[in-house]
Every structure is written in structure tokens, then in C-alpha cells.
Design a protein around this ligand. Structure first.
Ligand code: DC
Length: 222
């Protein structure tokens, strides 16, 4: 596989997008862009400024001093030059990101940034609207999904591995709430692109998912 292509990976929270996307990008020796981290960064900024109303968030979307850097293949998110990557993966930031992601103006600003990055380098990009809006011409589009229970179980393991205690019922409740928010919003709701391959990973190992995507990418004519 020596051709360079862009790969769009969408799906709900906990479907395994980021670990699979990171591994695929590594194998193909291209950049991995986690777009959720960008929405989380905007959420952090709005929270730090005390902007809570949708209209207020929309009005300030353009001024967010957001920057993305890649160091040794790792994505770092910066706000006003300060690395905030470590602050992004809390349950609170997840819910806030889902809220700011529903605001059309925020999406316009971030989609433009994502498209700029994709124009400058081949990428594996994961999110909710990559195949439908950000990279509609991507030759490989994957929609990863799994049952809410399986996804909550995975998220719980992740949180515990990071040393955070979490209530299983609360984690499942938040997954279901985010699924609902992300797929029912008016602005670019999460849905599989018509030309995407839908992979239900409930009973698949991570390696099997990675191999399947690499196989699909290997067959693509560009
Ligand atoms: O992928 P993630 O769980 O880190 O994303 C956090 C939230 O950001 C998600 O619930 C919805 C929003 N998001 C989005 O609306 N569009 C994207 N492309 C990526 C994330």
C-alpha cells in the first residue's frame, strides 16, 4: 500500500474510533487527527470564559485561539499557546463538547480548520461528520459502532485505567445522552455517509477492526 489517501472514521462515543484511527494512521504512516479533541478544546475555552448560552458561544466561536500541533505523531491541542491536551478527556468536557458541537457557528469554524489540515497532508480523521461534511470526497469512509452497553464498558475501563473512579450506570447514561445529542442536532447530525462501510465492533477485537480498515483502504483506487 504505497498510495496516500484520506480516511474518514465516524461513529458514536466509545465505538473505538480513536484507538483504531491512531493505529491505522501509524500503519499507513500518515497523520491522525482527532476532531473530538477540537470540540473539547472549544468547550474548555467557552467554560473558562463563562460563556454558557448558545448565542453567546456562537458569537465567540471565531475568536477561540485554538491551535493543533503534532509532536512525534501525537496531537496536542493549544489554547492561546498553552497545551491543554491533558484537560480534555474528562466526562464533563465530553458533555460540554457535545453541547458546543451542536452550535452551527462552532462547526463552521472547526470544519474549516479540519479541511485546511486535510489539504496540507494525508490524514485519518475521526469524528461524527467527517464522511458526510468534512471530507465528503474521502475514498475510504468507515462508520464504527457498537451497542451502548459495550461502549460504556469500554469507556469505564479507559477511565479506570486512567485512575478515575466511575459509576457504571452514570457512564452508560452519559453515552446514551451524548448519542442522542450528537445524532439529533440540526447542524450536521452524526450519521453514516451513504458511501460508508458500517462496522459493528461489539464482537470484534481492536486488531480485527484495524485489519478490516487497512484491507478496505488497500482496495481503494485513487
Ligand atoms: O469524539 P469525542 O467523544 O472526543 O467527541 C466529543 C464531542 O464532540 C462529541 O460528543 C460530539 C462532538 N463532536 C462533533 O460534534 N463532531 C466531531 N467531528 C467530533 C466531535
Amino acid at each position: 500500500m504505497n498510495r496516500i489517501i484520506s480516511i474518514a472514521i465516524d461513529g458514536p462515543a466509545g465505538a473505538g474510533k480513536s484507538s483504531v484511527a491512531r493505529a491505522v494512521a501509524e500503519r499507513m504512516n500518515i497523520v491522525y487527527l482527532d476532531t473530538g479533541a477540537m470540540y473539547r478544546t472549544v468547550a474548555l475555552y467557552m467554560q473558562s470564559k463563562g460563556y454558557t448560552e448558545d448565542a453567546e458561544i456562537a458569537a465567540h466561536a471565531e475568536e477561540v485561539p485554538i491551535d493543533v500541533r503534532f509532536e512525534n505523531g501525537e496531537q496536542h491541542m493549544l489554547l492561546d499557546g498553552v497545551d491543554v491536551t491533558d484537560k480534555l478527556r474528562t466526562p464533563e468536557a465530553s458533555m460540554l463538547a457535545s453541547r458546543v458541537g451542536a452550535i452551527a457557528r462552532v462547526r463552521e469554524v472547526l470544519v474549516a480548520l479540519q479541511q485546511r489540515i486535510a489539504r496540507s497532508t494525508p490524514v485519518v480523521m475521526d469524528g461524527r461528520d467527517i464522511g458526510t461534511v468534512v471530507l465528503p470526497d474521502a475514498p475510504v469512509k468507515i462508520f464504527l459502532t457498537a451497542s451502548a452497553e459495550v461502549r460504556a464498558e469500554r469507556r469505564l475501563k479507559e477511565l479506570r485505567a486512567a485512575g478515575r473512579d466511575a459509576d457504571p450506570e452514570q457512564v452508560l447514561k452519559e453515552i446514551i445522552e451524548r448519542d442522542y445529542n450528537d445524532s439529533h442536532r440540526a447542524a450536521s447530525p452524526m450519521r453514516p455517509a451513504e458511501d460508508s462501510v458500517i462496522l459493528d465492533t461489539s464482537d470484534m477485537s481492536k486488531q480485527a477492526v484495524i485489519d478490516r480498515i487497512l484491507e478496505i483502504a488497500g482496495k481503494v483506487e485513487v
